[in-house]
Design a protein around this ligand. Structure first.
Ligand code: URA
Length: 296
């Protein structure tokens, strides 16, 4: 962990009991008794949709025969906790997901009493969908580096200054995820992932209401990122890696199933059944890994 990067100016007052931390978008504060149930958190699982969070939590609860706890506010993010795993939806895109991740980082800090060794034992992952770059729909990609559309890491504006984060995902964790599913029969790949700030323009789609790219530019870009090792495109990974690296977490990952091969088109035309099966695949890979790291 990087203690010097943790916001002690704010969090020390929370830990000393001077004031509670309000996780506004989750509808709870650090003095809410429900958080006592979350103290044993060992993994934080994030995905875009609230429905998927509920399915994941139910699956985990059935496997482990443990009760599910929910946070009451669900208008922004849907949250469930069951047997060491905190499941939370983050919405779509980095502006939404960054709020979720920041509040959860503060929550984990509180839950672990600011103990950096305990915090670093927590595994974080996003599980989602993506567009494949040279990969057909249904391939599960485990990310090695999260970058923005220009192949540079996530950055934000701090007033007039630009702050760059580090987009690396820990390779040992990515390999561990692949190894845990090596007998699953699922198509698995490791590779870099682009996070677009937008589904259409920043993912070089030509089917948006607003079209700023031409076909030759789109294919030039797809070929360029593919040559540089990019295997899929989604909307949150560069931020997730950036924030995890900033505090110095060492166990985090992203597991995304492709819905289509962007070399062949822009519209998501897979059948409802195929889309369901694709979304199950990344869930299977997640649970195979959780079974390894959270053995009882
Ligand atoms: N999610 C994305 O962000 N892009 C795709 O092409 C598919 C899913």
């Amino acid at each position: 962990m990087n203690p010097e990067k943790i916001n002690h100016a704010f969090l020390d007052g929370v830990m000393s009991g001077e004031y509670p931390d309000v996780y506004y978008h989750f509808g709870v504060a650090s003095d809410d008794p429900i958080l006592k149930k979350f103290r044993d958190v060992k993994a934080v699982v994030l995905c875009g949709s609230g429905g998927r969070i509920i399915e994941f939590a139910e699956k985990w609860s059935k496997k482990r025969k443990r009760k599910i706890y929910a946070l009451p506010k669900e208008e922004r993010f849907v949250t469930r906790y069951c047997d060491g795993v905190l499941f939370a939806s983050h919405g779509m895109g980095m502006p939404s997901a960054s709020i979720c991740v920041q509040e959860l980082m503060r929550m984990v800090y509180f839950l672990k009493d600011g103990n950096l060794e305990e915090m670093d034992k927590v595994f974080w992952t996003r599980v989602g969908t993506s567009g494949g770059v040279g990969l057909e729909g249904g391939t599960v990609v485990v990310t090695t580096e999260g970058l923005m559309a220009d192949m540079k890491p996530y950055r934000v504006l701090v007033g007039e200054r630009e702050h760059y984060f580090d987009g690396d995902f820990p390779k040992d964790v990515a390999q561990g995820i692949i190894d845990a599913s090596k007998d699953s029969g699922l198509p698995l790949e490791m590779g870099k992932t682009i996070a677009g700030n937008e589904f259409f323009i920043e993912q070089m789609r030509l089917d948006g209401a607003i079209r700023l790219a031409e076909e030759s530019w789109k294919f030039g870009w797809l070929d360029w990122i593919h040559e540089k090792g990019v295997r899929n495109i989604e909307m949150e990974g560069a931020m997730l890696a950036g924030f995890m690296n900033h505090w110095g977490f060492s166990k985090f990952a992203m597991i995304c199933c492709t819905l289509l091969n962007r070399m062949n088109g822009d519209q998501v035309t897979a059948s409802k059944e195929d889309l369901h099966s694709y979304s199950e695949r990344s869930g299977t890979v997640l649970f195979n890994y959780l079974d390894v790291i959270l053995k009882r």
